[in-house]
Design a protein around this ligand. Sequence first.
Ligand code: GRG
Length: 300
Amino acid sequence: MDIRVYFSEEKEAVDRHLADIIARWPAADSAGYRLAEAMAYSLNAGGKRLRPILTLTAYRACGGEGEHVYSGACALEMIHTYTLIHDDLPVMDNDDFRRGLPTCHRKFGVRRAVNAGPGLLLAAFEELTRSAEALGLTEREKKDVVLSVAEAVGGGGVVGGQMVDLESENKKVDRQTLHFIHSHKTGALIRVSCTLGGRLAHADGTKLEALARYGEKIGLAFQIVDDLLDIEGDTEKLGKQVGADQARGKATFPSVFGLEESRRLAARAVEEAKEELQRANLLQASPLGPITDFILSRKS
Ligand code: GRG
């Protein structure tokens, strides 16, 4: 399988479904448009669509065949886009470019960017609920879908990791703190992207646990590569300024482990992710395996 072709085809499909979602938001002549415009701008700015593609792939690997999985998958892209908008704000990382375009607050001002965040977050939970309903999940399964995503993005997940990340700027952090930051800030959403696919396909507990461990490992590899790209990557390909982590005194894998050891840790995490799939019989005939190589070799 050519994983790059797979990614590009799935990205197109995700983009089509996101366009359908955006088409239901307030139109240009209505009062709600100014908010919807900022939400749509950041969603349409591009990105790899890694999180929804993980959901779709995990869903199919667990035997799911319904089209309504797309609204659940798109929900995670909407949450991810929310985190990027807020991460770029002047009170957080104060970035000017994201996905190759001016950041949301640069384009529309801070007030609109601040409101676009929760706008996307809550629209995401609408889509998630629609997806679980349309795919015929039981009441218990629907509750677990909503709870698992809320837990992953809340104080015990992405938001908690972001807070420790901000508090650790320009401080010497130990390995435990580094791990906490990245397993929460980045890893939690990647992990739940994988388990959501399983949940929407009614996967059993063993498969869900394997998907969670796979998600943890690839989340770790993804973050290490992200840190390496901030040193060795290309601003144009990345669509954001390289060298920003060092300039802000961020806690990164290369700053704690060095470049060579960071590369080794990423490669090991990817191998362990594949072993998790193998153990749960999810490796055969699924792009979940090749996705790990994509994560390791990505340049953007
Ligand atoms: C309430 C969920 C919530 C969040 C608010 C701002 C914030 C708290 C958290 C920030 C989390 C954050 C921005 C983590 C960085 C994760 C990361 C490595 C992003 C880059 O992801 P890519 O490379 O980006 O997948 P594209 O553009 O390709 O989608």
